[in-house]
Design a protein around this ligand. Structure first.
Ligand code: 5GP
Ligand code: ZN
Length: 113
């Protein structure tokens, strides 16, 4: 996926502030943070969005979820955090590489669910 911004970040072709990496997962700070901690957790395998998760690649998506508690703990989010994935136009997805926003570090308001 030559044209994908997050694939380029994972490959190190575009610089990012990395906070975590394992064989399946890459996590880095959002360039436009919405809270004191705003990390993007992405699978190294290119998956365009939650809509493209299949039986074959679900392990890569699940690896992101498995990594999140450890990332949250390392970021000092002992009092809680929020995880969001935007899927598609109505949700405002702007980068078509599956990513989980890990947000915290302050009292989060405006719950929509
Ligand atoms: P979405 O709107 O697709 O759910 O989230 C995309 C996120 O990627 C946004 O929060 C945006 O700030 C972040 N983002 C866009 N371009 C870059 C970049 O070049 N580097 C980093 N670290 N984050 C980016
Ligand atoms: Zn990608």
């Amino acid at each position: 996926m030559n044209d994908c911004l997050f694939c380029k970040i994972i490959a190190g072709e575009i610089p990012s502030s990395k906070v975590y990496e394992d064989d399946q997962v890459f996590a880095f700070r959002d360039i436009n943070p919405q809270a004191p901690v705003h990390v993007l957790v992405v699978p190294k395998e290119h998956i365009s969005s939650l809509n493209e998760v299949t039986a074959e690649n679900a392990g890569a998506a699940a690896a992101c979820l498995r990594a999140i508690p450890a990332i949250a703990a390392a970021e000092g989010l002992a009092d809680g955090y929020r995880v969001i994935t935007n899927c598609g136009a109505d949700a405002g997805q702007t980068v078509m590489h599956l990513h989980f926003h890990l947000i915290g570090g302050r009292k989060l308001g405006e719950k929509i669910v």
